[in-house]
Design a protein around this ligand. Structure first.
Ligand SMILES: CC(C)(COP(=O)(O)OP(=O)(O)OC[C@H]1O[C@@H](n2cnc3c(N)ncnc32)[C@H](O)[C@@H]1OP(=O)(O)O)[C@@H](O)C(=O)NCCC(=O)NCCS
Length: 204
């Protein structure tokens, strides 16, 4: 067991290596009953989004580096977006920090700034694989990747949107995220509970 470790693989590399059909098969075992949107995205949209460079999905395996005995334990998806942050919704300190990264938009009375979106993040609850990783570990892998991207291109902020559930808000706040807004769901976002998502921001 001691040589086991987490291995992250970009879904684009998997598609390149084994083709789309085999990749689809590989993803079909992912199971996330707590959040059907997280499950459905991986099974139905992640390949297309990766191919079109709309977002990049990173699969996290637990196993031997030589490829034997690997278990899919979770995944996260990142992309690049811009966000609007109102002075009224964040602490003075956070707003001061982000001001130099964005322009003031007089229409919305918000700062618009580029930020890396963690669009999806979830553990694989199939066969008890969720016990092989914690949410903190998975999130830190995503944050570490974002930090490396920003080291190359600049920028300091990452954000995400989650259902208004105390377990999720606590999870992200305990990892340094702060609420900064609410986004009402689009008509096609039918696998999400409620009518809006809470937006949370973190300085890397
Ligand atoms: C969010 C997540 C990464 C956190 O992992 P973790 O810190 O290891 O925590 P756990 O999986 O043990 O979950 C902690 C608690 O939150 C609850 N919880 C987790 N995700 C939840 C969700 N989407 N809706 C409701 N409750 C949820 C769990 O049931 C658990 O409750 P309990 O303590 O009463 O048993 C993981 O729970 C997960 O993958 N959830 C499903 C996918 C998801 O919702 N991702 C967030 C998208 S924004």
């Amino acid at each position: 067991m001691s040589d086991r470790q987490y291995i992250q693989i970009n879904l684009s590399d998997i598609i390149k290596g084994i083709g789309e059909e085999q990749t689809k098969k590989l993803l079909s075992s992912f199971y996330c009953p707590l959040n059907k949107d997280v499950e459905k995205f991986l099974k139905e949209r992640a390949i297309e989004f990766s191919k079109r460079d709309l977002s990049k999905t990173h699969l996290v395996y637990w196993g031997c580096p030589d490829g034997h005995d690997r278990e899919l334990v979770g995944y996260y998806t990142i992309s690049h977006k811009s966000i609007l942050v109102s002075k009224d919704n964040v602490s003075k300190r956070l707003y001061r920090g982000l001001s130099e990264f964005g322009e003031y938009d007089s229409f919305s009375k918000c700062r618009r700034l580029p930020a890396i979106l963690i669009g999806q993040l979830g553990k694989n609850f199939a066969d008890g694989n969720d016990t092989l990783i914690t949410g903190d570990e998975l999130l830190h892998m995503a944050l570490e990747r974002i930090k490396n991207i920003q080291y190359e291109i600049g920028g300091r902020y990452t954000y995400l949107e989650c259902e208004d559930k105390p377990q999720l808000i606590n999870f992200y706040e305990s990892n340094g995220f702060s609420k900064f807004g609410k986004r009402y769901l689009d008509n096609d976002e039918t696998d999400i509970n409620g009518s809006y998502l809470i937006q949370l921001l973190k300085k890397i």
